[in-house]
Design a protein around this ligand. Sequence first.
Ligand code: ZN
Ligand code: ZN
Length: 455
Amino acid sequence: MKFINLTRHTEIGANSYYFEAGGRRLILDCGMHPKDVGENALPNWKPIDGQTIDAILITHAHQDHIGTLPVLMRHQPHARVFMTEATSEIGSLLLHNSVNVMTRQREELGLTFYPLFGHRESDRAIAQWHLCRYRQPYTTSGNRVGDDGALTFEFWDAGHVLGSSGILLRAEGRTIFYTGDVNFDDQTIMQSAIFPQSDIDVLIMECTRGDTPEPAGWSRDSEEKKLAAAIDATFSRGGCALIPVFALGKTQEAFGMFYEFRRQQQLDFPVYIGGLSSKMTEVYDRRANQARRQWPRLQLMQDVAPFVLNGQTINDSPARPGRVYALSSGMMTPKTLSNIFARRLVGVPQHSILFVGYADPESPGGILRSAKSGDSVSLDPAEPPQTLRCHIEQFQFSAHASRESLIAYAAKVGPKKILLVHGDPPAVEWMRARLAGELPNCDVIVPAPGVEMEL
Ligand SMILES: [Zn+2]
Ligand SMILES: [Zn+2]
C-alpha cells in the first residue's frame, strides 16, 4: 500500500494525493493552487510519470480540489473519474469559470500557455465523469457491486459544502479514510458531516484550522448576531458593506444568514452578488430537497432575491448606502469583483469590509484584514496603494472543522496511522504534536511532498 503527497509544499495549495493498493492506482483530488499561477498552480505529478492511473476520486468542487482535473484527465486518458452528483454539477460551473479566468490571466500576466484547458476540453472531460451516491461501495471499473473487489471506495457526507465528501477506501483487508475538507458542526445551510466512527486503519486528515484555537465562548448564533450588528452599524453611518465570499459555500451560507436576519425582523437589505455565485446558488436551490441541509424548502435566489453583477456591470455600480455586496473571490484576488469593489470602499470611513472566512495572509484579503486604519494598503499591484479608512471586521464562520473536533474524531476512530494534509506548516505541526501526545499508539505522519511512502 503506497501513498505520495503530490502537493508542491506542505500547504493548502493544489491538493492531490496518490494512493496505491490492491493492484489499483488512484489519485485523490486534483486541485489548482488558489494563489500560484503557471506550472506552480498544478499539483506535482512527476512522481507518477509513466504510471497508468485507474481512477481519480474528487471530494468536492472547490478550486483547490478539482481545479486541474481536465489536465490530469488529458495525461491519464484511461483513468475513470468519480465524484458525487452535486460536485459534478458545481465542478462543471467552476471549471468553465476557470477557463475564463485563465484566458484573462494569459493577457495580464503574459502566460502564453494559458488557459491550461479550454471550454471544449472541459465539456469532454465532464461528460466522462461517473456520478456516485453517498454510502455506496464502488470499484475502479465503475461498478456499484464489486466484481473486482480488490479495492472499493465509498463517499461519505463531509458537511463542508454541497456535494462534499470524505472517501472510505477498502483494500488488502485494510480501511483507509480520507476526510477531504470536513465540518463536524452545522453551518447555517449545511449540516455537519456524517463520517465512519470506527474500523479505520489509516486516516488521511485535513488540518486547515490547526493553528487557530476555537475562540472562547464562540457560537454560530452569537457570531450571526455580531454580523447583523456590524451591517446595521454600517448602514447607520450611511455606508454599505462588502462581504468577500467564495462563490461555493460561503455565498450560500451568507444568504442563509441574510434570510434569518429578515425572518427575525432584525435587518432587511438589498444584496448584490456575482455571476458564478448566482449559478452555484441555483444548484443549491435545485438540490434543496435532495441534500441534507437546514431550511430544505428555502430557495435562496428567490427568497433573498439578489441583484447579479458581472465584470462589466461592477464598473458602473456605485457603492450604494444600505446595501450588502457579497462578492467573490473570498481572498480578494486582483481583478475579481470583491477586489475591484473593495478598492472603491477602502478610503471611505462610512463603508465596511466584513470578512467571514479564510484568506491566505499574503492575499489582498489577508493583507486588508490585518491592516489598521491609516495604513497604506495595496490590493492590486497594478493600481496605486490606498490609505485604509473604512471599517474592517473579522467573523468566524469557517466551513472547516475546528482543530478540537478533528482531534476528537481521530481519538474516536483510533487509527493505527494518521497522515496530516491540507494545512499550512504551523497548523500541521500543532496537529502532529497534539495527536502524537493524545494517541501514543498511533503513528502520526506529515507526508513530505513528492516522497513515496509505504502505508
Ligand atoms: Zn473546500
Ligand atoms: Zn480545500
